[in-house]
Write a protein of this length. Structure first.
Length: 166
């Protein structure tokens, strides 16, 4: 299991073309989504996200109205105040959590300060075990995440091995 973030970034860079081929390979070869999700569960169980928190540093977190309601209540402010203080718009105009130089505005060290009320996107991340739609239809997301998320990097390598990717 590789968890070093620098090593993962370097390896993903080396394997970028291979991973793109793997995406196409997975689409055209029979596999069980349930089995691939189970690999995700096994790898999640072996990785301590509180030692990593890299997704909170590097990604923009899209949020919906339900997330706003939950977070505003948790923090003890009105929804309007929450939106003003803690949200922003991404390049496409969608609502996201505000970020600072360390990443998400709610990240403290390696921990989430609003963990109990974190957005659904965060609770589901990295979306292998908890994600809607088939794995192969969402592989484009995983190719990107393999560069910064140890769960996804290791999961993809495990799936390649299991499926017999040449
Ligand atoms: S809300 Fe919490 S879990 Fe989500 S990105 Fe921010 S710090 Fe991470
Ligand atoms: S989900 Fe991935 S990137 Fe986020 S903390 Fe866990 S291992 Fe790190």
């Amino acid at each position: 299991m590789i968890t070093d973030l620098v090593q993962i970034r370097r390896l993903e860079h080396q394997k970028r073309a291979e991973n793109a081929r793997f995406r196409a390979y997975l689409k055209s070869h029979r596999h069980s989504d349930r089995r691939l999700r189970r690999f995700g569960e096994e790898i999640e169980a072996e990785i301590d996200c509180t030692q990593c928190a890299n997704c909170c540093r590097v990604t923009e977190v899209g949020i919906n109205q339900r997330d706003v309601e939950k977070l505003a209540k948790f923090i003890g402010v009105s929804e309007r105040e929450f939106a003003d203080q803690f949200t922003a718009r991404d390049a496409a105009g969608a609502r996201i959590l505000k970020r600072n130089e360390s990443g998400c505005v709610f990240l403290e060290g390696n921990l989430c300060s609003v963990y109990e009320a974190r957005p659904q996107n965060c609770a589901n991340f990295p979306h292998v075990v908890r994600g809607t739609g088939s794995i192969s239809s969402r592989m484009w997301q995983f190719l990107d995440r393999a560069a910064y998320c140890p769960i996804i990097y290791n999961w993809m390598e495990k799936v390649k091995e299991d499926i017999g990717f040449p």
